[in-house]
Design a protein around this ligand. Sequence first.
Ligand SMILES: Cc1cc2nc3c(=O)[nH]c(=O)nc-3n(C[C@H](O)[C@H](O)[C@H](O)COP(=O)(O)O)c2cc1C
Length: 231
Amino acid sequence: MKTFTFDAGFPGKAIVHRAYHGSFGLTRGLKILLTSALSLMMTTSCSGREKAEAHANSEPAPKDSKILVVFFSHAGDNYSVGNIEVGNTKIVADYISEFTGADQFEIKTSKYDGMAYRPLCDLAKEEQKNGELPPYEGSVDVSQYQTVFVGGPVWWGTWPQVMYTFFSKNDMSGKTLIPFTTHEGSGLGSCVKDLKKVYPNADVRKGFSIYGHDVRTDKDRVVKWLESLGY
Ligand SMILES: Cc1cc2nc3c(=O)[nH]c(=O)nc-3n(C[C@H](O)[C@H](O)[C@H](O)COP(=O)(O)O)c2cc1C
């Protein structure tokens, strides 16, 4: 059984969300107790939940148009797999393209280049707190695509802020959006909910998540998920 054992400021999934959305108030102690209990319950059922996610996407995705994979992935110092040349999410994005023939757009920024894990965590936390929208390089014409896989690492419970920059610049209303994340315990976090908030008029599917430290050895899980979508 896998457990969520972050020691770099992520005390647990539920608490991560509280810490970010600044809802501490008079009942702070009670909330911490409740969220800690919830976090423990979610932690111990993590493997089971991920299996459920993998099989929850039985509704076929449209295949009659071009497919795009939009993703962000951070190479370099990583929480559980050391210093990596290719980010975990990029590996999943590559599996998706290999299996479905989807085009790719990688949301790239040099902002985090060379950063060690802990300072990056602090910076990402600050960006999220301030609602910053860091710029990224390049562009893609999303109007060519009806189905878009949207992928990223979970950063403090949701998508990295640079992905929100992408969302703010690209209207994906009316499209089928298939979220996926890599993570180290949060699963999808609030990514699906947050994507629905950004694109209320898109057909946002249930989503798929996989541990970052599993992506190099568990391609099969990704393939099974894609097969469950009808690819
Ligand atoms: C700034 C930062 C914040 C993170 N926050 C979380 C988190 O809230 N929950 C979680 O499970 N993992 C978290 N992680 C771990 C990453 O989601 C995980 O290592 C992911 O696989 C990295 O993917 P990448 O190599 O594509 O960037 C965080 C990592 C970083 C660098």
